[in-house]
Write a protein that binds this ligand. Structure first.
Ligand code: 9G3
Length: 567
């Protein structure tokens, strides 16, 4: 392609409102332009990369046995009413009315659509398993779109759905998809981890997130420093065992602690280590009030509390609710003499606290000399805290470290959640109607594009992995007015294009400094500069990744390129 004909509006300056590297570079290298908050146009270079990512996705989906289809983005409300999600989703689901005033949703995802499609056609176990996928624009009215296309309101997703007669078959299908995802992200040149993301006990296998390691990632990954274990920090179980100290039990004693509310304040005021303080927080779990205790140096994992009660909503009790139930202001709340309206649960670590400190449910007072078994009515000890760096890895191998991640993929075992709600049944071998067992599998294709740039860039611009780059070779004549330079550049462009290389020829009437700066921004793997030595048949080759550059005779160039681009 000739650059004089392309649409690559590069920018010299870093746009002020772009906070992360990929957003800055996609704007500066002329890959995207924002139309409105969270809505972008993908310009020709971005479009070429999107197609390459999609091609990798297609190849891996097809070899996993899935068939591509394309479903509507316009979804009749009745489908979402059948599953109940029309009522459970809020403003994030974009809705509209047609000319007959009928309700529609713009597709945020397609569980309802695919289930209604399959239930009408599949009646027998002989037609299962079935795996279908699409690559399509999704709409989600994010409250805070940010980081360019990393979190947009309109984005490109590959979403796949599988249908099974048995759970064993679902496990097989899940495994195939899991492996396909490993291939996709490896072929995209990403450093990623498959992360346990379900609330089940350690080793839960019902859902995994594929996380690209990046400091700007919104998710925190807890991973083992020696094994393959990795989990979303919200889900990682804690297997630590706690030793009670051998010291004897002191008397319980109420002490004045004016305005000392937080663990930090109490710990320094009483000169007692944080791991001998007990943090008590009142939660409302669905419509039940629960006082949760953790050791002062730990954090309550509200997802674990929610899962303990199999609740759908968990939130902090308000100050009023705290006043009503514990007759106390937050900051002095504690587990001693708590009314029966409140259940007290504690993390395992609390059971080993000796002569601890906790709130007294009286403003400006705490207890010390607290011994849980003797002084409180804890109904159960559970794993209720967030895992921390330094904890044992739940698989028993290594120590937990944290990393930030960008979620680019998510695979789920859905079970019969949608097939029961929408009566998608098949007749099993005994002729009995059973709900289909489903899996669903998503890849954020446009988010993957940005994630690749997050992991592949330097101070001068994007550094594309060879297989993903919009073009492989950038040919730059230093001076297009110089006949020998221009003619040699054109010849190389013709030859390499005919040889099947994807070549971008910078034939613009621009100063060479501008051409080089744009070339670094766009980040193609190989740059061939045609300059003064064109007459001698010598050009300069520069490798974008290593910055290495060397002179090559044009008659050795083809051979050289094979070495460079096929390694
Ligand atoms: C909605 C809106 C936002 C949503 C959803 C529905 C996330 C929603 C979860 C999934 C699950 C899987 C198929 C591909 C892989 C992920 N955000 N999810 O269901 F209406 Cl507004 O999308 N879907």
């Amino acid at each position: 392609m000739k650059q004089s004909m392309m649409f690559i509006p590069t920018l010299r300056e870093i746009p002020a409102d772009a906070e992360v590297k990929s957003h800055q570079l996609m704007l500066r290298a002329g890959f995207i332009r924002q139309n409105t908050s969270g809505v972008y146009s993908y310009l020709p270079l971005a479009h070429k990369v999107l197609k390459k990512i999609e091609q990798i996705v297609r190849e891996e989906m097809n070899s996993a046995g899935a068939s591509e289809l394309l479903m509507p983005a316009l979804q009749q409300a009745e489908l979402w009413q059948e599953s109940g999600r029309w009522y459970s989703y809020g403003p994030e689901l974009m809705r509209l009315k047609d000319r007959h005033n009928r309700d529609f949703a713009l597709g945020a995802t397609h569980e309802e659509m695919i289930t209604s499609l399959v239930r009408d056609e599949i009646k027998s176990y002989k037609r299962l398993p079935l795996a279908l996928y699409q690559i399509q624009t999704k709409f989600r009215d994010e409250k805070r779109p940010r980081f360019g296309v990393l979190r947009g309101r309109e984005f490109i997703m590959k979403d796949a759905y599988s249908f099974h007669a048995t759970n064993d078959s679902l496990d097989e299908g899940y495994e195939k998809m899991f492996n396909a995802y490993q291939n996709v992200f490896t072929r995209c040149g990403l450093n990623f981890r498959a992360v346990i993301a379900d609330s089940g006990a350690m080793g839960g296998t019902d859902t995994h997130e594929f996380m690209v390691l990046s400091d700007i990632g919104e998710d925190t990954i807890a991973y083992s420093d020696t094994s393959q274990y990795a989990a979303n920090v919200e889900m990682a179980p804690v297997i630590a065992k706690y030793e009670k100290s051998s010291e004897s039990e002191n008397e319980l004693e109420k002490i004045e602690t004016p305005n000392q509310r937080t663990i930090e304040e109490i710990s320094s005021f009483l000169d007692i280590p944080k791991d001998q303080c007990i943090k008590s927080i009142l939660f409302k779990v669905d419509d039940k009030f629960v006082l949760v205790l953790v050791r002062g140096d730990h954090e309550i994992n509200d997802i674990k509390v929610k899962n303990l009660y199999n609740a759908s909503v968990i939130e902090l009790a308000t100050a009023d609710e705290t006043k009503t139930l514990l007759n106390c202001v937050p900051g002095f709340v504690g587990p001693i003499n708590v009314s029966d309206d409140v259940e007290v649960v504690a993390d395992h670590a609390v059971a080993a606290v000796m002569n601890g400190v906790c709130g007294s449910n009286e403003e400006n007072f705490h207890y010390k000399g607290v011994n849980i078994e003797r002084d409180t009515e804890v109904s159960k000890f559970e794993d209720l805290r967030f895992i921390q760096e330094g904890d044992l890895s739940p698989d028993g191998e290594g120590i937990i470290q944290f990393a930030k991640g960008i979620e680019v993929g998510h695979v789920f075992k859905l079970g019969t959640r949608y097939s029961e709600a929408m009566n998608a049944t098949f007749l099993d071998e005994n002729g009995r109607a059973q709900p289909m067992i489903m899996g669903c599998y998503g890849i954020g294709v446009s988010r993957t594009l940005a994630a690749i740039i997050e992991q592949h860039n330097d101070e001068n611009g994007i550094v594309w992995p060879d297989d993903i780059a919009p073009f492989s070779i950038h040919i730059i004549p230093v001076n297009v007015k110089n006949d020998s330079q221009r003619e040699l550049a054109d010849k190389l462009y013709q030859d390499f294009s005919e040889n099947g290389y994807e070549v971008l020829l910078d034939d613009r009437q621009e100063r060479v400094g501008v051409k080089f700066a744009d070339s670094d921004l766009i980040g193609l793997p190989v740059r061939i500069t045609v300059g003064k030595k064109a007459d001698e048949g010598i050009v300069e080759v520069k490798l974008r990744k290593s910055g290495e550059s060397f002179e090559v005779r044009t008659d050795e160039l083809a051979e050289k390129l094979v070495q460079i681009l096929s390694k």
